[in-house]
Design a protein around this ligand. Structure first.
Ligand code: SF4
Ligand code: SF4
Length: 261
């Protein structure tokens, strides 16, 4: 019998950088997180490949080969930036409503249940407990309390049709983007493509872009300011600036309708 223990000491060290979200979580947190759509080509050798073939886009590479591309709504934060929901006491200020990705930690449902052992080893600097008296959470390659793991997989599958429809539309409308994603998939280091979150909302009339812009624009502006003049974060700064500029027209529309113009 093999078993592993884990206990979160609430040190807050893993609450930095990107947080993958469901579509609904992204919309619910538009006034809190700077949002992006992250496109990740996933190789056959990657543990996330099997699930990505089921929930992601399949792009032809030629020679009858395809690459699986995961499209993920994401709280798009530099690795050195704390999540905006992390309180000064290192606790999550939205604990009751925190994203599924945070609830499932340390497990990672993009990989099979039988391949979760590696995620129970804390990264350098993380203060997770992995020795007794921490409880046993993983035994003989089975997760003992799997409700959040299953909920996260179900949410990923639930979002997949909308995200794939979005991805296919972008590929059709923007051949240069398709060429870029395919090229990224063919290079030795996997290259991600980051798109504005509004590129998703624009393709579906059910979403209220004015309301989204009113919530998201101040957040993007704040993060553009925070990343200004940090050379290592120039790409983030440009993304926040460009994404905010994309939303300005909708913010003005919202302001005009409020003033009755
Ligand atoms: S939402 Fe809460 S748990 Fe998740 S990264 Fe942010 S602070 Fe941490
Ligand atoms: S790094 Fe480990 S102990 Fe710290 S908050 Fe994250 S899961 Fe909990």
């Amino acid at each position: 019998m093999t078993e592993q223990r884990f206990n979160c000491t609430q040190c807050g060290k893993c609450c930095f950088g990107w947080v993958p979200l469901t579509i609904n979580e992204a919309l619910a947190n538009a006034g809190r997180f700077p949002l992006a759509m992250v496109w990740t080509p996933v190789r056959k050798t990657d543990g996330a490949h099997e699930l990505t073939t089921q929930i992601g886009l399949s792009l032809p590479l030629g020679n009858r080969k395809h690459v699986a591309v995961l499209i993920s709504p994401t709280a798009y934060l530099p690795a050195s930036f704390a999540c905006p929901a992390l309180a000064p006491d290192k606790l999550c200020s939205i604990h009751e409503n925190k994203p599924l990705r945070c609830r499932t930690m340390p497990f990672y449902p993009y990989h099979k249940e039988a391949a979760q052992a590696e995620f129970l080893t804390p990264r350098q600097g993380w203060l997770c407990e992995t020795e007794a008296p921490a409880p046993v959470v993983y035994r003989d390659k089975r997760i003992l309390e799997r409700m959040n793991f299953d909920r996260e997989i179900a949410a990923l599958r639930g979002d997949a049709p909308l995200l794939c429809a979005y991805g296919e539309t972008v590929m059709k409308q923007n051949p240069a983007m398709k060429a870029f994603v395919v090229k990224s998939a063919q290079t030795s280091s996997v290259g991600r493509t980051i798109m504005n979150f509004s590129s998703f909302l624009r393709l579906d009339k059910r979403y209220d872009l004015i309301r989204f812009a009113q919530q998201q624009h101040p957040i993007l502006t704040e993060f553009a300011h925070r990343t200004k003049e940090i050379p290592d974060l120039a790409a983030y700064h440009k993304f926040y600036q460009d994404s905010a500029a994309e939303l300005e027209w909708f913010v003005r529309r919202g302001d005009a309708s409020l003033s009755g113009a």
